[in-house]
Design a protein around this ligand. Structure first.
Ligand code: DAH
Length: 348
C-alpha cells in the first residue's frame, strides 16, 4: 500500500501548482505534469495492478476521487484565467456612456406614400399594382387616348428599343411587335385592374412613372403618382369630391379646401383639375394650388375593359406624390428627393 501513502501529498502539490498557474499555458503545463499520459498522477494510478484483489476497490475509489478533485480544480482555474484573459488590457471606465446606434429613416416620399395609403385604407380602398414597363394598349388605347395624342410621341415618352411582346396582328407596327414603353402615368393600372376583376372596384395604385422631361426644380424624368379608381352603380361627382376632400384633410390638415375646375382628359367625362388651398399653400404665397386630375370614367374606357357603361359608373383621379411632399414639407426643389444626401433626408 506504500504508493497510496504518496497520494495525498501528491494531490496537495498538484492542487497548489494548478491554482498557482499564472496563465492558460502554465495551466496546460501543470495538467501535463500530473494528468498527462506520463504524468505523476497517471503513473501512480498504473500501480493499482500491484495491489491485492481485496485492496483494489477501496484504493480505486480513492484514486478516482483524487482525480476528480484535480480535474475540478483545473476547470475552476481555467475559467478564472479565461475570464481574466477576456478583460481589456487597458484600464477601462465602465461608467462611460455606450456608443449610440444611428437608425435609418424612411424616405420622405415613402412617408407621404404610407400616409396616403393609410388614408385610403380607412375608407375601404385596396392597393393594386401594375408594371412600370407597359404596352400602348394599357397606357393609352384602352384609356381612350388617341394615336395622335402628344403623350404618345417619342419625344415625350420613353419607348424601349428591341422589346415588346410578339403579336401576330399588331396594327401600325412593321415588325409585328407591340412597342413597350415606360408608363407615363399610373392610369394604366386602372385598365389592368378592371380587366382582372368584375365591378365594383375600389383601388388605389402607387408607383413610379416616366416622362421625357428635363430635370429642373419642379420636373424630373421619373416621379411618383397615386391613381384612384372607384366603380359601382350610381357613382357621382359628389362621391369623388367627398373622397378627395377626406383624403387631403387627412394628409394636409383639417383647414384644407378643395375646388374642381373643368378640364380635359380623354379617359374621363366630365374631367376636372383639383386645386386645393390650406395654410401650407398660403405660406407659399398662393391661394390655390393645382394638385390632381380626375373625372368620371369615360364610357369608352368601360367598354374597352368589358364593363357595361349603362350599368356601371365610376370616378378616377391621379396625382403626384412629390407634389404633396413638397407642399407638406416646404421643399422647393424636386431633385432633392433623388440625391440621397443624408443632410436632406435626416430632416424628415
Ligand atoms: N393620368 C393623369 C396624369 O398623369 C392624371 C389623371 C387625370 C388620372 C385624370 C386620372 C384621371 O385617373 O381621371 O396627369
Amino acid at each position: 500500500m506504500s504508493f497510496l501513502n504518496d497520494l495525498e501529498p501528491l494531490k496537495q502539490t498538484a492542487l497548489a501548482d494548478l491554482t498557482a498557474a499564472a496563465d492558460l499555458a502554465a495551466l496546460e503545463k501543470a495538467k501535463g505534469t500530473y494528468l498527462g499520459a506520463n504524468g505523476k498522477f497517471t503513473t501512480l494510478m498504473k500501480q493499482l495492478g500491484t495491489l491485492t484483489k481485496e485492496e483494489r476497490p477501496a484504493a480505486g475509489k480513492l484514486i478516482n476521487q483524487t482525480k476528480v478533485d484535480l480535474e475540478n480544480a483545473m476547470a475552476e482555474r481555467r475559467a478564472e484565467l479565461e475570464s481574466k484573459a477576456a478583460l481589456p488590457k487597458e484600464p477601462t471606465d465602465f461608467t462611460l456612456p455606450g456608443r449610440r446606434r444611428s437608425f435609418g429613416k424612411l424616405h420622405p416620399l415613402t412617408q407621404v406614400s404610407d400616409d396616403i395609403v393609410r388614408a385610403f385604407r380607412k375608407i375601404g380602398f385596396a392597393v393594386a399594382e401594375g408594371p412600370e414597363i407597359e404596352d400602348e394598349f394599357h397606357c393609352f388605347d384602352a384609356l381612350n387616348t388617341p394615336a395622335d395624342h402628344p403623350a404618345r410621341d417619342v419625344q415625350d415618352t420613353f419607348y424601349l428599343s428591341n422589346s415588346g411582346t410578339n403579336v401576330s396582328s399588331s396594327p401600325g407596327t412593321e415588325s409585328g411587335r407591340k412597342p413597350s414603353l415606360l408608363r407615363t402615368h399610373t392610369s394604366s393600372v386602372q385598365i389592368r385592374v378592371m380587366q382582372q376583376q368584375p365591378p365594383p372596384v375600389r383601388i388605389i395604385s402607387l408607383g413610379r412613372v416616366f416622362r421625357r422631361d428635363n430635370a429642373d426644380a419642379t420636373h424630373n424624368p421619373t416621379f411618383h403618382q397615386i391613381e384612384g379608381l372607384y366603380v359601382d352603380k350610381n357613382v357621382t361627382v359628389g362621391d369623388l369630391k367627398g373622397t378627395v376632400e377626406f383624403v387631403f384633410k387627412e394628409l394636409m390638415g383639417s383647414d384644407v379646401k378643395v375646388r374642381f375646375r373643368p378640364h380635359y382628359f380623354s379617359y374621363t367625362e366630365p374631367s376636372f383639375e383639383i386645386d386645393f388651398s390650406s395654410s401650407l399653400v398660403k405660406k407659399m404665397g398662393k391661394d390655390w394650388l393645382e394638385i390632381a386630375g380626375c373625372g368620371m370614367v369615360h364610357p369608352k374606357v368601360f367598354e374597352n375593359v368589358g364593363y357595361d357603361p349603362e350599368v356601371w359608373s365610376g370616378w378616377a383621379f391621379g396625382f403626384g406624390v412629390e407634389r404633396i411632399a413638397m407642399i407638406r414639407y416646404g421643399i422647393t426643389d424636386i431633385r432633392l428627393f433623388y440625391e440621397n444626401d443624408a443632410r436632406f433626408l435626416n430632416q424628415f
